[in-house]
Design a binder for this molecule. Structure first.
Ligand code: TXA
Ligand code: MG
Length: 302
């Protein structure tokens, strides 16, 4: 299959392909997503094959309007509205009770469904034109860093999808925050740009954090994630840094800038250069940016 890359002029064609049961990669403000219509089981199944995604890892559904929520759930928790009022469209995903009849390929045996309204205008227009919510896991091969631009998608999925919509570099660069609203208390399943503190301030109650065995609630947390082929070493003192491929908040000559927006692109760049070790300068207070720190910990295998 030949993979075409088109800008906003390709949205019409992308919507047509999705309606016909094909897969299309679309840009979002977090990372690029590998799309399929929620009404087309064959296309959803193909998402798992294309990405080599473990078959028990459920998918996020992307919507373009609040109306579309009701296609996915008929028990929408009030906390969703409190938070979506402020943070949608944007990088926040809710896990809520799933509607009966929703494709089992989306939730993979769970009684819940993950849903997000992205803010990238091309994603929103695509969902509207396709007249269907779209499943959209990150458009990388499973286990590799999520793609944040069209060429990074092509690196992983060339020949496997007919069309990649190019919406430029993702402005956020790491995956959305995931919050679970299915139990007694809201639970933070994946940290992201929308922080625990911001959400607690609005909900006026504390969020639970996954305890003990990670992945009890969110299957995706079980897998090695966000990792380049190169080994990632977090260096907490200057002495530990040997000076190969270095990521730093204040890069010296020859080093690379450490920031959320370009973290995955830097990982991919190191792999392209055949680098075996990426050193991350962690002598700065990374705890300030928990989402970035979380991705670094995962990438380093912790
Ligand atoms: O920013 C994002 O969220 C990107 C863009 C494309 O929207 N998408 C993304 O999807 O990161 P993915 O599939 O790579 O990550 C989705 C995460 C996985 O960890 C998955 O296990 C979890 O959400 N998830 C999906 N449905 C769930 C459910 N019903 N219950 C718990 N966790 C769920
Ligand atoms: Mg992913």
């Amino acid at each position: 299959m030949r993979t075409e890359i088109l800008g906003a002029e390709g949205i019409e064609k992308a919507a047509f392909l999705l309606q016909r049961g094909e897969n299309v990669v679309f840009p979002t403000e977090t990372v690029y997503g590998l799309g399929a219509s929620i009404f087309c089981d064959e296309a959803i199944q193909r998402v798992f094959e294309i990405k080599k995604r473990p078959s028990d890892n459920p998918l996020i559904v992307h919507i373009a309007s609040i109306d579309q929520l009701y296609l996915l759930s008929d028990e929408i928790p009030k906390e969703l509205f409190l938070l979506s009022d402020l943070f949608w469209p944007g990088p926040l995903t809710f896990v809520i009770p799933a509607k009966k009849g929703l494709s089992l390929l989306i939730s993979k045996g769970l009684s819940t469904v993950a849903v997000r309204m992205p803010s990238h205008p091309m994603a929103l227009e695509l969902i509207r034109k396709a007249k269907a919510p779209l499943v959209g896991p990150s458009a990388n091969l499973s286990g590799f860093p999520s793609p944040t631009n069209a060429l990074d998608v092509l690196e992983d999925l060339d020949g496997k999808v007919p069309l990649i919509l190019d919406g430029g570099s993702s402005s956020i660069g790491i995956e959305s925050t995931v919050i679970g609203l299915f139990g007694q208390k809201p639970i933070l399943l994946r940290p992201g740009l929308i922080t625990q503190e911001k959400m607690e301030a609005i909900l006026k109650k504390p969020l639970d954090l996954p305890q003990g065995k990670e992945g009890r609630h969110s299957p995706g947390m079980r897998y090695r994630h966000y990792a380049p082929k190169a080994k990632v070493k977090l260096c907490y003192t200057k002495e530990e840094i040997q000076g190969g491929f270095v990521l730093s908040f204040s890069p010296k000559k020859g080093e690379y800038l450490l920031k959320t927006q370009t973290l995955y692109a830097s990982f991919r760049e190191a792999d392209r250069q055949g680098i075996s070790l990426i050193e991350v300068d962690c002598t700065f207070d990374l705890k300030e940016n928990l989402a970035l720190y979380n991705r670094l910990l995962k990438a380093s295998g912790q």
